[in-house]
Design a protein around this ligand. Structure first.
Ligand code: NAD
Length: 234
């Protein structure tokens, strides 16, 4: 169990591992779309420039898959924690899937964007757009509509808000992230050495040691669906 006092502010970072038990393959795990598609072909600005139709084919497949997914006990446990802690909990996810929200969480920062949203690449007009696309859709301004996700080589969203929350947290927890994708891989290091409220206590929950495990005070090894409800009992 992770102890949280009445004054503690908690930062939770989630990665692909929290969604694995909901049927979404992790980036490195076996099977799924990452075996069929190479990230460079579908998840980079270069890929989009080269062939936006192929990029939409990939994201359309993922949107279709997302219609069949359901949150697992880890998502529900975090939603319950949010109800208990209110704005003392900051949930930041690297995932683009909607599983935290489907599990009842209200205030989730999607630093890598959201699978079910699109935006115009020219005027940035956002669209809530769950459909797949055979052809590249166009905005009223004439620009191409792109998935609202952060591709490799692009800057993550909400970094100011995220660093503010890191600066003020007392407890930092990563769940199911290999610790290889920056900048999130460095969050436990920053949380563990920052100054304004002293250093945060840092924890990792996942089925194997992450690459950045040296920055965690404690590592809980196991599946998120089993461990998260135990470390944050309702
Ligand atoms: P990653 O795939 O690099 O690592 C996933 C981690 O989760 C691994 O360390 C693995 O050991 C762990 N894991 C696997 N199953 C688990 C389980 N049941 N319980 C607990 N842990 C488990 O993921 P990452 O670090 O998040 O980075 C991958 C990048 O790819 C991110 O940028 C992310 O945006 C993207 N991605 C997102 C999704 C999604 O939206 N669900 C899925 C795949 C990849």
């Amino acid at each position: 169990m992770i102890e949280i006092t009445l004054a503690d502010r908690v930062f939770v970072l989630t990665g692909a591992g929290i969604s694995a038990e909901s049927g979404i393959p992790t980036f490195r795990g076996a099977g799924g779309f990452w075996k069929t598609w190479r990230a460079e072909d579908v998840a980079t600005p270069q890929a989009w420039k080269r062939d936006p139709r192929v990029v939409w084919q990939f994201y359309s497949e993922r949107r279709l898959q997302a219609e069949r997914i359901a949150p697992n006990p880890a998502h529900y446990a975090l939603a319950t924690l949010e109800q208990k802690l209110g704005d003392r909990l900051f949930i930041c996810t690297q995932n683009v899937d909607p599983l935290h929200e489907m599990g009842g969480a209200r205030r989730v920062v999607h630093m890598h964007g959201e699978l079910m949203k699109s935006r115009c690449e020219r005027c940035a007009q956002p669209f809530h757009d769950e459909a797949g696309h055979d052809e590249v859709p166009r905005c009223r301004c004439g620009g191409h509509i792109r998935p609202h996700v952060v591709w490799f080589g692009e800057l993550p969203f909400a970094l100011d808000e995220i660093f503010e929350a890191l600066e003020h947290c007392d407890v930092f927890v990563t769940i199911g992230s290999s610790g290889t994708v920056e900048p999130a891989a460095s969050f436990p290091q920053w949380a563990g050495q920052k100054t304004s409220r002293g250093r945060a206590r840092t924890y990792y929950i996942g089925d194997e040691e992450p690459a950045n495990s040296v920055y965690f005070d404690q590592v809980f090894l196991g599946r998120a669906g089993e461990l998260v409800p135990k470390v944050f009992p309702g």
